[in-house]
Design a binder for this molecule. Structure first.
Ligand code: NAP
Length: 308
């Protein structure tokens, strides 16, 4: 976040939750927009956003917020994108850029794209940054620092609009990557969507066990379980929409995952220690590469305090 020259005049953020409020804070902090407005259908969320001073003005309808906006960011759950796009279409100014932060890209491209009027640029995006929390109070200005933001422009996207959107995210602290929506959905299926499904599943399984009590699961959770519970505490609406909208890629990756899990099951059954050791050595190396790439730090146990 260096140069204070705004890349955008008026920025309209639709949905002032974790990501929308973080975009507002990062845009304010970096000077990436000269005016910031937020729309949210939740009266409580809007009141919280106002109390936090996230924007210059607050709106209960998206239609009202987008008037005169140079950049509109849809920061609502993926399942709400079509409704919002329908609502804002008549109010968009010619030359505006419409983008989004949805965790799935192909369904957004296909459902929102046709609703964007001629003369308005539509370039979907996804900041690969977040937490398990939601709502305006969960946002923070540094959320995007050093994290990737993936843009998935349609084939006929305007290069100048793509440049403006890339510059905007760079100013918010992100590194920008560009790829097709299909490829994004495959990559994120394995790096984000399937891991969340595994976490939801293992926490659900532990909850249903009859031979191990729930209080034992909680008591001994430091053995690894609690790290899954962080992910499994993620917003139910958001994640329901991710799985409903990235069905093909998730099922493809889940198929691969199930085959590999079966291979591990065999290795344990037949006492194939070499197979287990080789895999665990390889996965440890992947963790090291993530740390080396600056996508996590190597503080032991995620920096949790321990008595010495
Ligand atoms: P969030 O904290 O739940 O915020 C979503 C906000 O949108 C809520 O305030 C919600 O209000 C509001 N909203 C819902 N429908 C609306 C509509 N039709 N018009 C205006 N506002 C509406 O969720 P989030 O985590 O910021 O996620 C937002 C988007 O970012 C999702 O598409 C998600 O896939 C994507 N994303 C999330 C993460 C993450 O880690 N959380 C990371 C990257 C991308 P109500 O609460 O009243 O419904």
């Amino acid at each position: 976040m260096s140069d204070a020259t705004p890349t955008i005049g008026k920025l309209a953020i639709i949905g002032g939750g974790l990501i929308g409020s973080s975009v507002a804070l990062a845009a304010r902090h970096s000077g990436a927009a000269s005016e910031i407005v937020i729309a949210d259908t939740g009266a409580d969320n809007l009141a919280k956003a106002r109390a936090l001073g996230l924007a210059d003005s607050y709106h209960s309808t998206a239609t009202e917020a987008v008037g005169g906006a140079d950049l509109v960011i849809l920061a609502v759950p993926v399942g709400a994108m079509t409704t919002v796009a329908t609502d804002i279409a008549p109010g968009l100014k010619a030359g505006a850029i419409v983008s989004d932060v949805g965790s799935v890209k192909n369904s957004v491209l296909k459902s929102v794209g046709p609703l964007v009027p001629a003369g308005v640029h539509f370039i979907p995006g996804h900041p690969v940054a977040g937490t398990e929390q939601s709502g305006p109070e969960a946002g923070f200005a540094s959320l995007f620092d050093g994290r990737w933001c993936i843009l998935t422009p349609p084939e006929d996207a305007d290069p100048a609009a793509l440049g403006t959107l890339s510059a905007f995210w760079t100013k918010l602290g992100s590194k920008v990557d560009i790829m097709t929506a299909d490829h994004h959905d495959l990559v994120l299926a394995i790096t984000s969507h399937v891991p969340h499904l595994i976490a939801y599943n293992i926490v659900g399984t532990a909850n249903d066990l009859e031979t191990v009590t729930r209080s034992e699961v909680i008591k001994y959770s430091a053995g690894g379980f609690r790290d899954f519970t962080r992910i499994a505490a993620s917003d139910p609406t958001m994640w329901r929409d991710v799985f409903l909208n990235n069905k093909d890629a998730v099922l493809e990756m889940l198929g691969r995952f199930s085959e590999d899990l079966t291979a591990l099951q065999r290795a344990i059954r037949w006492g194939d220690g070499d197979a287990l050791f080789d895999l665990f050595t390889h996965t440890r190396d992947i963790r090291k590469r993530i740390i080396d790439a600056g996508q996590d730090d190597d503080t032991p146990d995620f920096g949790r305090p321990h008595d010495s």
